[in-house]
Design a protein around this ligand. Structure first.
Ligand code: GLN
Length: 473
């Protein structure tokens, strides 16, 4: 099977008759089987995917088919798809079946996408290594002793290792961009509200966004365009129609901002720094402007992110009480012990840590010192980000400070794990769109990603700037 990088190339072959959707699905099913040890999928919907493939083949033969005909997609295990299991990789939801379909998933389905299965992730999307899954870690296909990143690790690996064409993830603080960088694929976190969150299992509602993983910018733009647009089920979705279809517009003399604190950060891996600096040189040589800016707030971002997201998580996850749905402890004797036993036995350690931290920062004694303070920091970060993007067209930085780290390397030390989000949380704190673009590999063959962020609601400009950058790799 050819390695397809773009939906349009798949569709050209489908229309020419040299390929069928059934062949494509069978190919991916074989790949999933051969690479099962990577643990990227929690469930594979083989029969259903083949049924849909036959249906789409018939539609192609009849000449009337959707924009995603022939596109085989994997869904992160925190997206609801009616009648299918969804567990957020948590024991507390093991066996639970979605009662409705997420708006984003439904919009893809209407365009004839074929869903092949649900992918492993960190429990409730809390993590940066996929080691917090109740169903075991995912392995990085470039080096199986390393993490795939998280929390959408399974989705990134499924795309990188050729087990599906595209995948969906969710990004609260970097969970699409960081695993995309660790696996050499594109990953986008759209503007907050660009894609409805209806049907996404909530972690931190004012941060969460659904987004795609793909092998090309074109496919990132296509999937996002289809999923975008207002939705009566999500009041935080941007009240606008879908994004315009993207076509590349070349512009000269573009202005990129680079944070001094990021390029000079002591934790930045030398190979990541060199790759990044070489990119800056190439951009300058092409006549683009690189403006170094001072951003002392960099060190405040991760703490503000963790205060606010754990606060929201403590509220969002209170619904898993053992009463309405999900796991109920068989060891409970009364109402009170049903709550405590079910939650104690159902949640993993990282989720419990965050619920406790979030409950603490919201408690009446601590609220002013932590939650309110973090809200103020968030506002300052938003204002400063806007100011940078008033004078520059994009903010450019490495997606992560290091390539994929070893399994087990950070899992005993939450603080060092949290610092894996150093460069990615800003886009979620401020609500801006940000993308990770593959930017080569280290000497030892580990992928490196570069991140580009533009102002809110400017995805199509983000793709134009990304096109310019991807050409340099
Ligand atoms: N690694 C970050 C965290 O653990 C980001 C997670 C995410 O984006 N869902 O919170």
């Amino acid at each position: 099977m050819k390695a397809f990088h773009r939906v349009i190339d798949i569709q050209a072959d489908l229309i020419a008759g040299s390929l069928t959707c059934v062949e494509l699905v069978n190919h991916y099913l074989t790949q999933i089987q051969e690479k099962a040890h990577l643990n990227a999928f929690l469930e594979v919907w083989a029969d259903e995917a083949l049924d849909k493939a036959r249906l789409v083949d018939a539609k192609i033969a009849s000449g009337s088919y959707g924009k995603l005909a022939g596109v085989v997609i994997a869904l992160k295990d925190n997206l609801s798809y009616k009648g299918h299991k969804v567990s957020a990789s948590s024991k507390i939801l093991e066996g639970f079946e979605a009662l409705y379909t997420a708006t984003a998933v439904e919009r893809l389905e209407q365009e004839d996408a074929i869903f092949i299965g649900r992918t492993n992730c960190d429990e409730f999307a809390m993590g940066a290594s996929n080691e917090n899954s109740a169903f075991g870690p995912v392995k990085n296909p470039f080096d199986e002793s390393r993490v795939p990143g998280g929390s959408s690790g399974g989705s990134a690996v499924a795309v990188a290792a050729g087990m599906c064409h595209c995948a969906l993830g969710s990004d609260t603080g970097g969970s699409i961009r960081q695993p995309a960088a660790f696996n050499g694929v594109y990953g986008l976190k759209p503007t907050y509200g660009r894609i409805s969150r209806w049907g996404l299992l909530a972690y931190a509602s004012s941060f969460d966004q659904i987004g795609p993983f793909a092998h090309s910018l074109e496919d990132i733009a296509l999937l996002t365009q289809i999923m975008s647009g207002a939705d009566s089920q999500d009041a935080t979705a941007i009240q606008e129609g879908p994004l315009d279809t993207w076509t590349y517009t070349e512009k000269k003399n573009r202005r990129f901002a680079v944070m001094k604190q990021a390029v000079e950060h002591p934790g930045l891996d030398p190979e990541v720094r060199d790759t990044f600096n070489q990119l800056l040189d190439k951009l300058r040589a092409l006549g683009h402007e690189i403006n170094y800016i001072d951003f002392p707030l960099l060190e405040q971002m991760v703490p503000a992110y963790y205060v606010l997201t754990t606060a929201e998580a403590s509220s969002n996850l209170s619904r898993y009480s053992g009463m309405m749905y999900g796991y109920r402890s068989p060891n409970a004797t009364d109402l009170e012990s049903t709550y405590t036993r079910s939650r104690t036995e159902g949640f993993g350690p990282e989720v419990k840590r965050r619920i406790m931290l979030g409950t603490f920062v919201l408690s009446s004694d601590q609220y002013d010192a932590y939650y309110e303070q973090a809200l103020k920091v968030r506002r300052i970060i938003q204002n400063e980000t806007d100011a940078i993007l008033d004078h520059n067209e994009a903010l450019l930085m490495p997606t992560t400070s290091t390539p994929a780290f070893k399994l087990g390397e950070k899992s005993k030390d939450p603080i060092s794990m949290y610092l894996a989000d150093l460069f990615t949380v800003q886009a979620n704190l401020a609500g801006n769109p940000a993308i990770s673009i593959p930017s080569g590999t280290t000497q030892s063959g580990l992928p490196i990603g570069v991140q580009l962020m533009t102002s809110r609601k400017s995805e199509n400009d983000l793709y134009d700037l990304s096109e310019l950058i991807q050409k340099l790799f």
